[in-house]
Design a protein around this ligand. Structure first.
Ligand SMILES: Nc1ncnc2c1ncn2[C@@H]1O[C@H](COP(=O)(O)OP(=O)(O)OP(=O)(O)O)[C@@H](O)[C@H]1O
Length: 364
């Protein structure tokens, strides 16, 4: 899958853009605050239907303007389609596929890396749960629907516990929560079976190969045996009194943890900045690989400010890794990049300056 053309009108600080991409690797080079991230955000938005910044849609509109537009021509193994979105204040964003109304989530397989993704490794358990559920939900919309159903049930059950509601009614919600919760846990376990070896492989390939990296699913307050049997019912029985006392749902997939360890020590606490960055990148590259395996399509990747915290050796390893993948957009403040110059037949360098995109020196 490739973005062949990209059009932006009134997208954050970007001037009206009409870009076409011939190379698989596009490097957006520029000083701080020029619009590099805004361009990556536009590409991400077209694929995932929202900003990676979790910003409101209206924030995308250039200050002082009344609408925003994005459009991309996508090449999917020789089949072409256009995906477009328009945003206007006070209205729902409008998606079009080949000129017809469509869904924002359909069509473009993409994985993004942005600096706030370090939360996946260093953040609280919730960051990892949200990340995994979103990664699965991007491939299987049924998983996203289950997560949203679970959140609704959880909120209702917590309300009933707070209100000391009728026991039968609470139990009805316990059953529903267990039913949906098990499906979510099963989905996560299945995903992790495919995903874990890939994370380890990329982590080693990015140059950190003298460490035993492990990734495990840690259930909270219930037993999960080796065959993947989920004993949520017994778990709920055990915490019944405590739940009534604390007036909140204590166990379930909303409390589980996905633990990354290096040599048996938790990564979150013991990883160096560089190691954490390499792990976050491995996590994203593995996500890309899973999509490729399942969807049988090359995945577009966007990497924002990817080089900071990595030494030259690890930067080069990453670039070599990336060059073997699908279409990749990278933003960097590195100027006149030696690496890109050496490979200019395979790399397009674009300079981003005050919202304008200019052909970079590496292409001359
Ligand atoms: N809706 C908007 N309208 C106009 N400008 C905006 C809007 N939203 C953000 N900006 C501005 O866009 C500018 C560029 O932001 P961007 O995050 O793309 O920078 P960047 O080139 O990635 O820089 P850095 O290297 O510092 O991350 C910022 O100065 C920001 O204030």
């Amino acid at each position: 899958m490739l973005i062949q053309e990209l059009k932006c009108i009134n997208w954050r600080n970007l001037e009206k853009l009409n870009l076409s991409f011939s190379n698989h690797l596009v490097i957006l080079q520029g000083k701080n605050a020029q619009g590099k991230t805004n361009l990556l955000e536009a590409i991400y938005f077209l694929s995932r239907g929202r900003s990676f910044r979790r910003a409101k849609d209206q924030e995308m509109i250039t200050w002082g303007e009344s609408y925003s537009y994005l459009g991309a021509k996508i090449d999917e193994n020789g089949n072409y389609f256009w995906k477009e979105v328009s945003i206007q204040p006070g209205q729902k964003k409008e998606w079009k596929l080949n000129g017809h109304p469509g869904s924002g989530k359909k069509g473009i397989w993409l994985v993004g890396y942005f600096p706030n993704d370090h939360e996946i490794v260093e953040g609280p358990p919730q960051s990892r749960r949200e990340y995994i559920d979103e990664a699965i939900g991007f491939i299987y919309s049924a998983h996203a629907a289950l997560v949203s159903q679970y959140e609704g049930l959880l909120s209702r059950r917590n309300y009933l516990l707070r209100e000391h509601a009728n026991e039968d009614l609470i139990e009805t919600y316990t059953e529903k929560l267990i039913h949906v919760g098990k499906k979510i846990i099963q989905g996560r376990l299945e995903y992790l079976r495919l995903y874990t070896p890939l994370v380890k492989e990329f982590y080693a390939r990015l140059g950190i190969n003298n460490q035993m990296l492990s990734l495990r699913y840690q259930p909270f307050g219930y037993h999960l045996n080796k065959e993947g049997i989920i004993h949520l019912e017994k778990g709920f029985e055990k915490v019944k009194e405590e739940e009534r006392e604390r007036e909140i749902t204590i166990i379930g997939p909303h409390r589980d943890e996905i633990v990354f360890e290096k040599n048996g020590k938790e990564f979150r606490t013991f990883g160096s900045q560089g190691e954490k960055k390499s792990l976050t990148l491995s996590v994203k590259l593995a996500e890309m690989s899973v999509i490729q395996l399942i969807k049988k399509s090359k995945v577009i990747m966007v990497f924002d400010d990817v080089f900071s915290e990595l030494d030259q050796h690890h930067q080069d390893l990453l670039l070599e890794e990336i060059l073997n993948q699908g279409q990749v957009f990278i933003s960097t403040t590195r100027e006149n990049d030696e690496w890109a110059r050496k490979r200019r037949n395979r790399v397009t360098v674009l300079n981003v300056e005050k919202g304008k995109i200019l052909m970079g020196k590496g292409n001359e």
